[in-house]
Design a protein around this ligand. Sequence first.
Ligand SMILES: NC(=O)c1ccc[n+]([C@@H]2O[C@H](COP(=O)([O-])OP(=O)(O)OC[C@H]3O[C@@H](n4cnc5c(N)ncnc54)[C@H](OP(=O)(O)O)[C@@H]3O)[C@@H](O)[C@H]2O)c1
Length: 369
Amino acid sequence: MPPRPYVLLSCATSADGYLDDATPRRLILSGPADLDRVDEVRAGCDAILVGAQTVRADDPRLLIRDPRRRARRAARGLPAHPARVTLTATGDLDPRARFFTPGALRLVYCATRALPLAAELKDSAVLIDAGDPLSLGFLLSDLAERGVARLLVEGGARVLGDFLAAGRADELDLAVAPFFVADPAAPRLDLPGPGPDGPMTLAETRRVGEVALLRYLLGPGGPDHRFLRWAVELSRLCPPSDSAFSVGAVVVGEDGEVLATGFSREQEEHDHAEEVALRKLGRDPRLRHATIYSSLVPCGARASRPVTCVGHIVAAGIPRVVFAWREPRLFTDGEGAEQLRAAGVAVTELPGLADRARSVNAHLVSSTP
Ligand SMILES: NC(=O)c1ccc[n+]([C@@H]2O[C@H](COP(=O)([O-])OP(=O)(O)OC[C@H]3O[C@@H](n4cnc5c(N)ncnc54)[C@H](OP(=O)(O)O)[C@@H]3O)[C@@H](O)[C@H]2O)c1
């Protein structure tokens, strides 16, 4: 397993950045279309984390609502619902809260000194000593050891701020509602410390019903690392296969705009990720200045179709490729990186992300490169 999960922060705010109003009733910021989008995001995660105050104030269910999404998870051998995770420094949680409803694994990370107070949760959840003070680093490595590769953090304000300030977030999906709260007493998306180094990388803007969705990528290494990490995450969406790799690809224009994404078998059975992303774009002149990010080096030999991904990239005129993982000699012995370089394409390998890309294909390859 990678040392820590991919951490996706997700929240809805008012136009002035508030996560709720100051009344006891929960403020509805998202409409049905956005709730459905969040349901899809949840279905792609191994665990959902909320702070203890959100458990107390909102009593969320944290379930996948759409039965087709639950069935899709089951077909991949996953539990119908992601694990539910919370963290507390006081241990003040009611075992009757919906968080503790059976049907999904429940994990409570508790500061050491509050463990005696939280003891009554032992029958309703796995109670984990997370140190004193509670350590987010420990929480994340413990989740990774429990098989959580993708963690969705849904709030509230303190938790989102803590993950951002600690530099432990890879992505922020921000749904901005078309109204103001304008009440300084209400919780808002805020940072307790200096926050991420430099600007976040904007990967998507989308209208979802009445809200504007902004998808930001964060984390160390700047845009190259961030887009490549995202490509690795896309590879988790691939329909499973015992005879082909699961790969994700992102095509980014000269100005940083994401032009297309793709993943293996996204549209047809033998699809490669880069091929799908390029098919979505057709003959687009922006490709002549674009970079393609791929979790696996583009293929230079291929059994399933006549044109390799190297061939597609060269034909599209893409001048730059960034990849994480060199193809093990399993299905073909194509030297994709060398072929690209020979064709005049600039190739950057980021081997620090190879383990993550490989772990998605763990059923095909041993843990050695
Ligand atoms: N709009 C949205 O998308 C959205 C989503 C979720 C929540 N919300 C709103 O956010 C509000 C709740 O936010 P909040 O900031 O009050 O609470 P919160 O972030 O949900 O939970 C904070 C609590 O979690 C525990 N905690 C968090 N970080 C910790 C750390 N590093 N170490 C130890 N314990 C930690 C503590 O629990 P203990 O107090 O038990 O020690 C802390 O009081 C509610 O109004 C809710 O409706 C909005």
